[in-house]
Design a protein around this ligand. Structure first.
Ligand SMILES: Nc1ncnc2c1ncn2[C@@H]1O[C@H](COP(=O)(O)OP(=O)(O)OP(=O)(O)O)[C@@H](O)[C@H]1O
Ligand SMILES: [Mg+2]
Length: 447
């Protein structure tokens, strides 16, 4: 059985066609889950220490070596001290070793549950949006961790599908953006696919293929179109924005003419809002702190940047900024702030104004944000989106018959207006924002 998997920057989902009918895989009560994993901190238990033959041999060799240096010590003392050294090394080894990593993986939590556990426990590791790291330069240990995490998420989905469908699931069509977020240009995209393929293999899939996400959304929309139409598909997600120009519907096979990608999405709107509306309350533009510190604090999905921010010393920064920055360095605080930015962004789609309560930073600290603030924070993304749409319009050489919008960020009236402004005369069709891509992947997986 082959399924479709939308391994999204923000949300992941899976689906299959069963007897020609679309079946979405459920995760608990939901049809998607936040692409986040939490691993509890695991401290190895000294009680698990046992003197295996290999460890006993190490003890013997330490005893032999120290016998000459400590002529006064008794045999019992030498043995006791040698065991202590070996046990300490064993503990250090346990903390580092791959088997501990596997144990941690076995206790992993996914989705919203992962984020809650991280915020509640104030310890452990939260990995959000691993997809946005796939195209970055990774050293060997980090590469291994990212592949393991992706494998874990994919296996979670494969097992859920196997349970729900009642058949063994071994094949998958995984969605891919037209362009991955990357620090190495095209090579980053190639690395991302290589890592995903490796992760899918580890997750138990032995038949793995990829399909561009907007092409998948096109396959889904194709089935709803009675008349043949040249359609522009616009998928505005969390990490990327993807377009496809396709000939769809009318009972003939779908045909994708071409696609375009932008490596920005809804998470960049959150970062923009955070930097523009929240960070001035932490001293951005006010205190003599380099601007990149605030970018690092807001970049919650990039682990090295987060680490750098948490290592800064703000003891000498003037109040109230010093205390606020130190509160923001507490485990989980940047994640909370980012969550607030996302919530305010969504609220400002409906309301003209919204208020964020930052009481985890300082008692009664509240920040009011209005639509103009949001638009200023979103300026860079909106400009790039306009450029992408203008480029597509030029490359197509003709106006599309319709525009199909999908992706979570396409719910935003601001972004809908931006698309409409680039194609004033073309009707917009807003699909099921979260499930367009995965539904099309299920169709591709069945074909
Ligand atoms: N009502 C809304 N208004 C604005 N943005 C929204 C709304 N609802 C969800 N979003 C945003 O949609 C994004 C998630 O969209 P989606 O699930 O399509 O992304 P994804 O598929 O995980 O990411 P990608 O396709 O880029 O890998 C998030 O940034 C989220 O904040
Ligand atoms: Mg998506």
């Amino acid at each position: 059985m082959r399924i479709g998997i939308d391994f999204g920057t923000s949300y992941s989902a899976a689906a299959a066609l069963v007897g020609g009918r679309l079946e979405l895989i459920r995760f608990g009560d939901a049809r998607q889950f936040r692409t986040a994993v939490f691993f509890p901190e695991q401290i190895p238990n000294p009680e698990d220490f046992q003197l295996t033959p290999a460890l006993a041999a190490q003890v013997e060799s330490i005893v032999r070596a120290s016998r000459q240096q400590r002529a006064q010590a008794t045999e019992t003392q030498l043995r006791r001290d040698a065991i202590r050294v070996v046990r300490r090394q064993w503990m250090e080894e346990q903390t580092r070793s791959a088997s501990t990593v596997i144990d941690r993986f076995q206790q992993a939590l996914f989705g919203e549950e992962a984020v809650e556990a991280y915020l509640d426990e104030g310890a452990g590791h939260l990995i959000e949006s691993p997809k946005s790291m796939l195209g970055y330069r990774l050293d060997a240990p980090v590469r291994k961790i990212i592949v393991n995490i992706a494998a874990h998420i994919l296996e979670h989905m494969r097992l859920a599908a196997t349970r729900q469908l009642g058949v063994s699931v071994r094949g998958v069509v995984i969605g891919r953006p037209v362009e991955f977020r990357s620090s190495m240009g095209a090579a980053g995209g190639e690395q991302a696919l290589e890592l995903l393929r490796e992760a899918a293999g580890m997750a138990g899939f032995d038949d793995v293929s990829f399909l561009e996400e907007p092409a998948a959304a096109a396959m889904h929309y194709h089935l709803q179109l009675a008349e043949r139409q040249r359609t522009l598909i616009v998928d505005i997600g969390g990490g990327t924005t993807d377009l496809a120009w396709a000939e769809l519907g009318g009972g003939e096979a779908p045909h994708i003419h071409r696609s375009w990608g932008l490596t920005k999405g809804g998470t960049d709107l959150d970062i923009g809002l955070n930097l523009h509306s929240f960070m001035p309350h932490f001293g951005k533009g006010e205190a003599p702190i380099p601007a990149h510190h605030f970018v690092e604090a807001a970049s919650v999905h990039i682990l090295p940047k987060q680490r750098e921010f948490r290592q800064q010393n703000y003891r000498l920064v003037d109040e109230p900024f010093g205390s606020r920055l130190r509160a923001l360095q507490e485990l989980g605080a940047t994640t909370r702030l980012n969550r607030l930015a996302e919530r305010i962004k969504i609220e400002l789609g409906e309301a003209a104004q919204s208020r964020a309560l930052l009481d985890f930073i300082e008692n009664d600290l509240a920040v009011d944000v209005d639509r103009d603030d949001f638009l200023r924070g979103a300026d860079d993304f909106l400009k790039r989106l306009q450029q992408l749409l203008a480029q597509a319009r030029e490359d197509m050489g003709e106006a599309p018959g319709g525009i199909f919008l999908t992706g979570g960020s396409s719910r935003s009236p601001h972004l809908q207006a931006c698309v409409q402004a680039c194609f004033p005369e073309i009707p917009l069709v807003c699909g099921e924002a979260s499930l367009g891509v995965v539904s099309g992947l299920a169709v591709a997986a069945a074909g």
